[in-house]
Design a protein around this ligand. Structure first.
Ligand code: SF4
Length: 191
């Protein structure tokens, strides 16, 4: 067993938020020592919690379409790592929508896992939680529009939830200008 396997086993046994997670702990992530692209997402929804497969839902289908990669490529851990800001389904907000990622998670695990991924070249900051963690406070739309400001190491994206369809309609430059560059940045990180 490698040191990364040992750490992963520790993550999978984590119960730090057991008292507050409505469906209990089930960390969902994908890592390997050779990954080149890190997908830094938000937190699993109920479908992902049920399957244990990251982005195995409509958001994942949209994200793969944005990235221009097949499901087979996306789930190739030797190329793509997937670390949401919170690894377990956090529940719902009283007013609707999923609760934010658990804040216990990143300080416990994130840097320790990243230390085992020395070949990462590009991090996709998928949604505002990942962006605030990496870049500090700021407006998501402005960050996505200014995607070139953090290349070649980081690329800001909206979260690909159903809401992003409406957002993309309001911001047509995203499809026209940002997505071709996103695909180019991923190709470059993988070669
Ligand atoms: S969200 Fe993270 S810190 Fe909380 S139980 Fe799951 S793995 Fe542990």
């Amino acid at each position: 067993m490698t040191k990364l396997d040992t750490l992963l086993a520790e993550v999978r046994a984590c119960r730090a938020c057991a008292g507050v997670l409505p469906l209990g702990p089930r960390p969902v992530l994908q890592v390997s020592a050779t990954a080149r692209v890190l997908i830094a997402g938000q937190a699993p929804g109920t479908k992902v919690h049920a399957s244990g497969v990251p982005f195995a839902d409509a958001s994942g289908a949209r994200l793969r379409e944005w990235m221009g990669v097949s499901a087979d490529a996306f789930y190739d851990a030797s190329k793509f790592a997937i670390l949401p800001m919170g690894f377990c389904y956090p529940g719902r907000l009283d007013g609707g929508g999923d609760a934010p990622p658990r804040t216990e998670c990143a300080p416990l695990w994130r840097d320790r896992l990243l230390a085992f991924m020395p070949d990462l070249r590009l991090t996709l900051l998928v949604g505002s939680y990942a962006q605030v963690h990496a870049l500090g406070r700021g407006k998501m739309t402005e960050r996505v529009r200014d995607f070139q400001g953090h290349l070649p190491s980081m690329f800001s994206l909206p979260h690909p939830s159903w809401r992003s369809r409406h957002w993309a309609t309001q911001n047509p430059w995203f499809d026209a200008e940002v997505l071709p560059e996103l695909r180019r940045a991923i190709r470059s990180a993988l070669t």
